[in-house]
Design a protein around this ligand. Structure first.
Ligand code: C5P
Ligand code: MG
Length: 190
């Protein structure tokens, strides 16, 4: 088992690198953002609650995203590992994740943060917004709010894993393949 948290600001490449990891290892990719967008498309109560918050670039309550993760890891223990993408976003989410993994006889092995300059992030997100149709990827003010919320509420989550000696960072200013090759060196080797 190797359970990985991919961390970093919006647009830092978490989803892109998670997809490459899934191609190369038998990992299960869990993106809370993707799940919330799916709930929005289906118009479920969770999706409706999330929509107003996501459209403003704000965080969905801890309880909601914690339950999403809980329901998806339960019973799935014959996989090579999980990649958590966009979760945990608060210290409370990190503490709950530790607890629920422990109940399943697992733990987080490593958090990797992607370092990317802010101007690059903003232009990558605007570029992605042209294809993704994501409203929150198309408005510079919303993008700035997401980055602000990342600094105000999410950056602290790194301390949670640093304290446990489960932390590394990878520069993601280069190409997808360059980053993937740096990232791969950390898998199973922390
Ligand atoms: O992770 P991603 O950037 O796809 O998330 C998109 C939006 O979903 C975030 O800006 C936030 O509004 C919401 N979200 C959240 N809590 C999470 C994951 C996503 O509030 N754990
Ligand atoms: Mg993403």
């Amino acid at each position: 088992m190797f359970n990985l948290v991919l961390f970093g600001p919006p647009g830092s490449g978490k989803g892109t690198q998670a997809a490459k990891l899934v191609e190369n290892y038998n990992f299960v990719h869990l993106s809370t953002g993707d799940v919330l967008r799916e709930e929005m498309r289906k118009g479920t109560p969770v999706g409706l609650e999330a929509k107003t918050l996501i459209d403003r670039g704000e965080l969905v309550p801890d309880e909601v995203v914690i339950e999403i993760i809980r329901s998806r890891i339960k019973g799935l223990n014959n996989v090579e590992g999980f990649i958590f993408d966009g979760f945990p976003r608060t210290t409370r989410q990190a503490e709950e994740l530790d607890k629920m993994l422990e109940e399943e006889g697992m733990a987080i092995d490593l958090m990797i943060t992607f370092d990317v300059d802010e101007d690059v992030i903003i232009s990558r997100i605007l570029e992605r917004g042209k294809d993704s149709g994501r409203a929150d990827d198309q408005n510079p003010e919303i993008i700035k709010n997401r980055i602000k919320i990342y600094h105000d509420q999410t950056v602290v989550v790194a301390h949670h894993y640093r304290k446990q000696n489960k932390y590394a960072s990878v520069n993601n200013m280069g190409t997808i393949d360059e980053t993937f090759s740096k990232l791969s060196k950390h898998i199973y080797k922390n």
